[in-house]
Design a binder for this molecule. Structure first.
Ligand code: BES
Ligand code: MG
Ligand code: ZN
Length: 496
């Protein structure tokens, strides 16, 4: 996406160009340097007739077949007091269809009268909304038109630099989110742990980060039996992928850990076959943190960040782990595996303990499609967040508010931890069926983070299947976490 921020009007209009005019509910269509007198009069008439109302999520397209542009797109922002970044993101998502059907490739956003609008959020909605994953289809005969150029007209020279920086940041984050969505949508026959490691290495090389991939024998030497136990049923070797971003001015190191199950059959505790194909998305935590690294490396905040991704398949092979097995994790704790389908916490146990030990992060966040229970609790509209540190959750909440990647807290009282004590080992990998599944999962992970400030995000609901958010599509992975983690890291670096 090419973004130009300018104080220059008029614009070189064409039939592939359209003006975007934002309006609040119950306010008059403004005078704008982008619109002619006739255009303004036409829009005001339409407003008089209640066809343009400025309600949030309302788009109105006024075509101009005789030029100079393809038309004018009026976007509703709702009541000014309730308007925020998400309103702009959603209206942009809604606009994608009308822009495509009118074959528009260049939009000119009128930011001349509502100068406080977060136009960068409009760019986000457009970029996320135009995402498609078509590489596995025969070339479609009529590929959708996409907007590839945005010009933002602002009235003040003094606003240019900061607006430009915010827009560029939005483009970087949404490109990284698209990259992560591609990883997640890629089918499991092509997205094995080895392939995921390959993609991480290629990204790191291009972004100027360091990437190290541990293989099974290295993990064996390090004592990562919990991770290796999950991988035993699969003929695809497990990987532990580490990507490091370093900045010379850094005063802190943050760690991001992402669950990278490239396919989760459940293993011997096998899942029902209905919708099992969705378990290709069980690496969305990995995609989220690797995508965030891609954005972070491009935006260069003054902080160090390490991403650690344990990656494996969970298959019921003849050598597979069985219920009753006991494995010893990297930190020495022993785990009784009562359900091989609770595998995410097993691979994360080793990854978290290793990250703490090796990188001694000032804070650590993990993202995992860990439990179906989080969908019962929160649906597809927020990730559950469970943390041992209030400052960390507050920081994440701030980043969630600004990116629209929502999080919602759940408790981790000691009573829950009682429920995962092992009979013949230190821990059991499941609690009582039907009880606080998401909390139990987090309490299990807590055993492997020591006293590092840590937060666990259960993203099983938000990683795919999100309905009614206009800039997302239930058919695709959402790229959840990429923008949230990148924003959190930028905020942390600024707070240095
Ligand atoms: N990957 C799943 C979680 C999941 C389930 C995500 C459905 C999205 C939709 C995870 O590995 C899993 O199987 N969790 C079990 C845990 C249980 C056995 C304690 C679950 O949620 O059923
Ligand atoms: Mg599972
Ligand atoms: Zn899983």
């Amino acid at each position: 996406m090419k973004v130009t921020v300018t104080t220059d009007t008029p614009i070189a209009w064409s039939q592939s160009t359209c003006a975007v005019v934002p309006v609040f509910e119950s306010t008059a269509i403004p005078e704008s340097a982008l619109l002619s007198k006739e255009q303004t009069t036409a829009l005001r008439e339409l407003a008089q007739q209640q066809r343009i109302r400025g309600k949030a999520n309302e788009v109105y397209f006024l075509p101009e077949p005789k030029g100079p542009s393809a038309g004018i797109l009026v976007i509703g922002l709702g009541e000014s007091a309730r308007s925020n970044r998400e309103v702009l993101r959603r209206i942009a998502g809604k606009a994608c269809a009308v822009l495509a059907s009118n074959r528009i490739t260049h939009v000119v956003f009128d930011n001349t009268h509502l100068i406080d609008l977060p136009v960068d959020a409009f760019i986000e909605g457009l970029m996320l909304g135009q995402y498609d994953f078509a590489q596995y289809k025969k070339t479609p005969t009529d590929p959708p038109m996409k907007v590839d150029t945005i010009t933002i007209c602002t009235p003040k020279e003094t606003l240019l630099d900061s607006l430009r920086a915010r827009c560029e940041r939005a483009v970087v984050m949404c490109d990284a989110a698209a990259w992560a969505r591609d990883l997640a949508n890629t089918p499991p026959n092509d997205m094995t742990p080895t392939a995921l490691a390959f993609h991480a290495e290629a990204m790191a090389r291009e972004a100027g980060c360091e990437c190290t991939v541990l293989d099974e024998s290295e993990m064996q030497d390090l004592g990562m039996e919990a991770l290796l136990g999950v991988s035993r049923g699969s003929s695809e070797p497990a990987k532990l992928i580490v990507v490091e971003y370093r900045h010379p001015g850094a005063k802190k190191t943050l760690a991001l850990v992402g669950k990278g199950l490239t396919f989760d059959t459940g293993g011997i505790s096998i899942k029902p076959s209905a919708n099992m194909h969705e378990m290709k998305y069980d690496m969305c935590g990995a995609a989220g943190v690797l995508g965030a690294m891609k954005a972070i490396a491009a935006l260069k905040p003054a902080i160090n960040v390490v991403a650690v991704v344990p990656s494996s398949e969970n298959m019921p092979g003849s050598n597979a782990q069985v219920p009753g097995d006991i494995v010893k994790a990297y930190n020495g704790k022993t785990i009784e595996v009562h359900n091989t389908d609770a595998e995410g916490r097993l691979i994360l146990a080793d990854a978290l303990a290793y990250t703490v030990d090796k990188y001694k992060p000032d804070a650590m966040v993990d993202a995992a499609t860990l439990t179906g229970a989080v969908i019962v609790a929160l649906g597809h509209y927020a990730a559950g967040v469970l943390s041992n540190n209030d400052d960390l959750s507050t920081g994440l909440q701030r980043a969630a508010d600004s990116t629209g990647e929502r999080i919602w807290p759940l408790p981790m009282w000691d009573d829950y931890a009682e429920l995962i004590k092992g009979t013949h080992a230190d821990l059991c990998n499941i609690g009582p069926p039907g009880e606080a599944g998401t909390i139990i999962g987090a309490c299990f992970l807590k055993e492997f983070v020591g006293d590092v400030p840590w937060a666990h995000l259960d993203i099983a609901g938000t990683a795919w299947g999100v309905k009614n958010v206009p800039y997302l599509d239930p058919k695709h992975a959402t790229g959840y976490g990429v923008r949230l983690f990148a924003q959190w890291v930028l905020d942390e670096a600024r707070g240095n």
